[in-house]
Design a protein around this ligand. Structure first.
Ligand code: ADE
Length: 420
């Protein structure tokens, strides 16, 4: 009997399975955790509701939790990020209930979230805090059985900390994003590469010689700026934080207010986590042919409503994931409906980097199950020893060896008397 699901087409499952296994080859740390989980069953009987991008990498995480004994269900964390073949394979081959269809409308998105919550989770696993938000707003009866949660992304962690500051958060959540083995790699190298992959797959444009404006200089935007630079683009960074702006300047990028960048940019990429970073005053200044897209978690960074209001006629779809708006006689092209372009038009971060992010998720869930009874509601980081162990396992899998301190060096670091 097939498990409960709402996916596009179960006939896509075979292709999905090949792709899931392809990704698995690049995820040695998660594979090692899966082998241990299969032996030790640390999640036996634990109901997990996960709201994540439904990708080949996520499938490998779900399988790992399942091997650890968890009873898992999965829904999408974004209407445009689902890989339908993966969703089909998870249902058909792994017997994991999935509620996710690429291109689903907002109502379906929330229906899917509700279906995942009907599983009555002990542990929530979020990417963007939509499960936690929905539970606290409209499904409070579930709080009785929830022991804790995990959160994948910067935006989600910001929301959770706001809830905790308001005294609203009712259970402990592990902020996976705060691990060094997550944000230093996934946000920087993962978002850097996959965002440009999304822009290129959607448009097939040459980046060399173009002016790319990157909004923000956090870990994600740094990665984007660096990779755009590597492809020969002239990169402009916009920031509101003086420290980050200074870093961008010293990294060799031009820094200016968005209103000035708007007039000179060819491609605009937002990754700030805030709303209306590209607004009508910016669209009005843009050159004919400007391309705008977003790589932040929510589709709020580009004011699409404002853009529709100032543009002539209806937007025209000119290629998959490319819509043309006419503003003052100029064409402005919006990619992926303003949703995260790396998952809308490409496949998200490569498996090799998700290996570490999802190792943190798996070990974060295990940590929660072991320790929740001693934890009060709040936002927690993955313990440093777990973070370091993930880095160690990744290096080992890559065949990279490092030095260890000699006894003399350890003694030197522990004392304070010795100087020049
Ligand atoms: N977030 C960014 N890339 C991802 C991927 N490949 N899978 C799941 N979540 C992601």
């Amino acid at each position: 009997m097939t498990v409960e699901h709402d996916v596009k087409n179960l006939e896509l499952a075979t292709g999905g399975r090949y792709r899931i296994e392809w990704a698995e080859q690049e995820m040695p740390v998660l594979r090692a955790i899966r082998e241990r989980f299969a032996r030790e069953k640390p999640l036996e009987g634990v109901r997990v509701s996960a709201c994540l991008h439904v990708t080949t990498e996520t499938a490998n995480l779900m399988h790992t939790l399942q091997m650890g004994g968890a009873d898992v269900v999965l829904c999408a964390s974004n209407p445009l990020s689902t890989q339908d073949d993966v969703a089909a394979s998870l249902v058909s081959h792994y017997e994991i209930p999935v509620y996710a269809i690429k291109g689903e409308d907002n109502d379906t998105y929330y229906d899917h979230l509700k279906a995942a919550l009907d599983h009555k989770p002990h542990v929530t696993m979020d990417d963007g805090a939509d499960l936690v938000g929905t539970i606290h707003k409209s499904r409070r009866e579930l709080l009785d059985e929830i022991i804790g949660g995990t959160e994948e992304t910067t935006t989600g962690v910001i929301r959770l900390r706001a809830m905790a500051n308001d005294g609203a958060l009712a259970f402990p959540v592990v902020a996976v994003n705060d691990s060094d083995t997550k944000h230093l790699f996934d946000n920087r190298y993962g978002t850097g590469q996959s965002t440009l992959d999304g822009v290129i797959r959607a448009t097939n444009i040459l980046l060399a010689g173009r002016t790319v404006v990157v909004a923000g200089y956090g870990w994600c935007s740094r990665g984007i700026a660096n990779r755009a630079d590597g492809l020969g683009a002239n990169v402009i960074v916009t920031e509101i934080d003086p420290l980050k702006a200074l870093e961008a300047v010293m990294d060799g990028f031009r820094v200016m207010p968005m209103i000035e960048a708007a007039a000179v940019g060819d491609i605009f990429i937002t990754a700030t986590g805030d709303i209306n970073v590209l607004d009508t005053n910016h669209f009005e200044k843009m050159k004919n042919g400007a391309i705008v897209c977003n790589s932040g978690h929510f589709n709020v960074e580009i004011n699409l409503k404002g853009l529709a209001e100032i543009s002539k006629g209806e937007p025209q779809r000119v290629r998959p994931f490319v819509e043309e708006y006419l503003v003052n006689g100029n064409s402005i092209y919006v990619l992926g409906e303003g949703r995260l372009i790396n998952l809308a038009a490409a496949e998200g971060h490569p498996a090799s980097v998700m290996d570490m992010s999802f190792a943190n998720q798996a070990l974060g869930a295990e940590f929660m199950v072991k320790n929740a009874s001693n934890m009060t509601p709040g936002v927690y980081v993955v313990p440093e020893d777990i973070d370091k162990e993930i880095a160690r396992l990744k290096l080992e899998a890559m065949g990279v060896k490092i030095d260890t301190l000699t006894a003399q060096q350890e003694r030197y670091l522990a004392q304070w008397e010795e100087g020049t």
